[in-house]
Ligand binder design. Sequence first.
Ligand code: GRF
Length: 221
Amino acid sequence: MDCILDLWPQRKLKMNSKQGILNFAVLASGRGSNLQAIIKAIKSGKIKAYLKVVISDKKEAYALEHAKQAGIPALYINPKDFHDREAFDRAVVERLHEFKIDFVVLAGYMRLLGSYFIRQYPDKILNIHPSLLPAFKGLHAMEDAFNYGVKVTGPTVHFVIDGMDEGPIILQEPVTVGPHDTFESLKEKIHQAEHRIYPEAIDLFVRGCLKVEGRKVKLFS
Ligand code: GRF
């Protein structure tokens, strides 16, 4: 717990919960294995923050099921109910405000956040991407890296800014592509690495151990 006092004032983090613990939300569109890893880290005490709500833009997202099983409010918001992206983003932000969310974690959220959303949570939105950024941005990063023939790839946790997969990098973990790796085996290794670094990055954020300086994120411990 060493970093907090030094860095929180500078980050201008306003804590919403009375107990002095940050509230956060996870936004997810898919199977939710990163969400599961995050819930596990909360249960084991590694992440000391309240996961107040999980929101999905996909009704069938299994992430919603994981949330329900853990007793966390799980909301589906249908993008088709809104006339454009910003209207949808505004509806999501409204729910985040209702839940007094301090920071947001994207875990397989398949929508680009617009600038309105990002302005609401500057340096307070984290994302995980399954390649070593800035290589292989975009939706098919794992396939693209595998097909390109890279020998090393791996996930990146970064802050979200306007610009897809472009925010300052918090953590990365290299994953070796062995001669016998198939796309499936590589995918599994990348997911395992994701489940290690995402809880770790969230823990660093929560403890106020991350300092953003331009493109660079300084890590304290
Ligand atoms: C992960 O590979 C993550 O890097 C990407 O979307 C995937 C989500 O997987 N952004 P899951 O839903 O957490 O299992």
